[in-house]
Design a protein around this ligand. Sequence first.
Ligand SMILES: NC(=O)c1ccc[n+]([C@@H]2O[C@H](COP(=O)([O-])OP(=O)(O)OC[C@H]3O[C@@H](n4cnc5c(N)ncnc54)[C@H](OP(=O)(O)O)[C@@H]3O)[C@@H](O)[C@H]2O)c1
Length: 322
Amino acid sequence: MGYKVGIVGATGVVGQYFIQILKEKLWVDALYLAASEQSKGKTIENLEVRTIKELYKLPLDLVFFSAGKTISLQWAKRFAKKAVVIDNSSAWRLKRNVPLIVPEINCEELKPHHRLIANPNCSTIQLALVLHALKPLGLQKVVVSTYQSVSGAGMQAIEQLAMEILGWNHEKVLPTTLFLNCIPQCGAIDHEGYSEEEQKIHKETRKILRLPRLAIHATAVRVPTLVGHGESVWIRFRRQITLEEVRSLLEQQQGIRFYAEGYPTPRQLLGSKDIEVHVGRLRRDLSDERAIGLWIVADNLVKGAAGNAVQIAEYLIEQQWL
Ligand SMILES: NC(=O)c1ccc[n+]([C@@H]2O[C@H](COP(=O)([O-])OP(=O)(O)OC[C@H]3O[C@@H](n4cnc5c(N)ncnc54)[C@H](OP(=O)(O)O)[C@@H]3O)[C@@H](O)[C@H]2O)c1
């Protein structure tokens, strides 16, 4: 028997990936789409787009929320009374009783009573999986700089970049022009000088790894790639390590593809629906024998969003909790 599945935010960048991934799943009995009032009546893959109120009236087993924090705050708990909700927004991620899950790291935190589950931020997921693999070496400090694709900022940001490439006037949703540029700001900047994305990386990574005092310093940068986030990461351990130890742990980690030669780039992920986290450029810090540098790339729409959420759902199905 299959499940009745809803997607809130189905017309968005992540929503479209949910549709593509879910339409191939045999456990999906019926797929229902919802978006804002302005999309009501559209069809995607021959499926009608409803409003969230209309979706709420339908019988559902599982709902993926991907319409931003405000909509999740307003609706996710209501839906969670009738279905399991996996939320892609930042609304519930740091709440104590809401599990924040990267299946390869902490799916054992899920319990049958969990009806609202949070999917972490895209940049966080790929970093957290690498740090999880290296946790046995004793993490002391992490410094990460991200190279985040435009799709990470949603459909309107993609439109902005497209219009800039064409040289047409368009409303800006990013802080400035992205074409032929890099913008060292992802989300609003707070009173301490950190962007929203940097705070998410900092706080969510600590929660997922269960390392509440891990030192993490992040700089999040938007770059004019379409799909796939890159991350340059520096990690210091509590003791002296060898590159062989690091490499061996990365190679053993489920969900990671390690590059002993060459390196991954975001371009190779375009359209691939690749769920792996790609890691390369592993090297020793020449001035610190306890530290390494490496480069991480993952698809922000797959492992960073829809793919990770669907992996969570499949874990629940395996446990027969759905
Ligand atoms: N993009 C990424 O890489 C990424 C990664 C991880 C997590 N996320 C999170 O995933 C969520 C969606 O991101 P996105 O990039 O897909 O954004 P997006 O492209 O801007 O899509 C937003 C979606 O929300 C819908 N929506 C807006 N107002 C609504 C309302 N009142 N009722 C129902 N639906 C409404 C939009 O519908 P209309 O088309 O009708 O406006 C659209 O389907 C966000 O919370 C984001 O933080 C994104």
